[in-house]
Design a protein around this ligand. Structure first.
Ligand code: G4P
Length: 194
C-alpha cells in the first residue's frame, strides 16, 4: 500500500535494527484518513471471504480493525490483555509470550462474541514474532469459528511471525512488509505477501 509506505518513510523512526516507531500515525496518535484507506484495502483483499467478524487485540489493533469492520459492515471484537471489572462472562483465553518484553500475558475474549457460524478475519498492527496472532488463532479455534485470514498493517518480514502463520496454511495479508531496518533505514520487501 503506497500511501502507507510513504507515511512510514516520512514519519517512521528506526529505533534499532528490530524496531520501527510509528507513533505519529499508528501506535499513539492516529491518522484517521490513512486508517480509513487501510480499512478499505483490507476490505478489498478479503471481500470474497464472507467475513462476519473481526478479531483483534488491544490496543493498536483496534483502530485499523474498526475501519475495516466499518467497510465490511461487521462488528470488531478485541481481546483484552488486562483484567476488566466488566469482563465477567465465560471467557476464551490464550497465553501470549512477548519475546520483546520477555513476559507472558493472558488474553481474553468473552465467548458470547464469537459464534461457531462466524467467519473471522484476525487483525493486528504489527507482525513480529507472531505470538499475538497465534494467541488470537488459539481463541478462534476454541470458539470453533472459521478463520478466513489474518490482516496485518506492518509485517516485519525479517522476524519469524509471517513464516509461523503461513506454515499453518492461514492466509496472511500485510499492507506493507519491511525487509530490513539496518543502518537506520527502512527497506521494504516486495508487496506480494502470500
Ligand atoms: P508478536 O506478537 O508478533 O510476537 O510481537 P512482539 O511480542 O514481538 O511485540 C510486542 C509488542 O510490540 C506488540 O504490541 C507489537 O505490536 C509491538 N511491536 C513489535 N514490533 C514492533 C515494531 O517494530 N514497532 C512497533 N511500533 N511496535 C512493535 P503491544 O505491546 O501489544 O502494544 P499495543 O498493541 O498495545 O500498542
Amino acid at each position: 500500500m503506497q500511501s502507507l509506505k510513504d507515511k512510514i518513510v516520512q514519519e517512521g523512526k528506526v529505533l534499532s535494527k528490530d524496531v520501527l516507531k510509528v507513533d505519529s500515525f499508528l501506535n499513539h496518535q492516529i491518522d484517521p484518513q490513512l486508517m480509513k484507506e487501510m480499512g478499505q484495502e483490507f476490505a478489498r483483499l478479503f471481500a470474497e471471504e464472507g467475513i462476519t467478524k473481526i478479531l483483534t487485540i488491544e490496543s493498536s489493533g483496534i483502530a485499523p480493525s474498526v475501519m475495516t469492520a466499518l467497510e465490511l459492515n461487521v462488528p470488531a471484537v478485541f481481546a483484552r490483555k488486562r483484567q476488566s471489572l466488566t469482563l465477567t462472562e465465560d471467557l476464551l483465553t490464550a497465553e501470549v509470550y512477548s519475546f520483546t518484553k520477555q513476559q507472558s500475558n493472558r488474553i481474553a475474549v468473552a465467548r458470547q462474541f464469537l459464534s461457531k457460524k462466524d467467519r473471522v478475519l484476525i487483525m493486528d498492527d504489527f507482525l513480529a514474532n507472531g505470538q499475538a496472532a497465534l494467541g488470537l488463532l488459539d481463541i478462534a479455534e476454541q470458539a470453533g469459528v472459521y478463520v478466513a485470514g489474518i490482516g496485518i498493517v506492518i509485517e516485519k518480514a525479517f522476524q519469524d511471525g509471517g513464516r509461523l502463520l503461513r506454515e499453518k496454511n492461514v492466509r496472511v495479508e500485510s499492507l506493507v512488509r519491511v525487509q530490513s531496518l539496518k543502518n537506520g533505514q527502512v527497506i521494504f520487501a516486495e508487496e506480494a505477501t502470500v
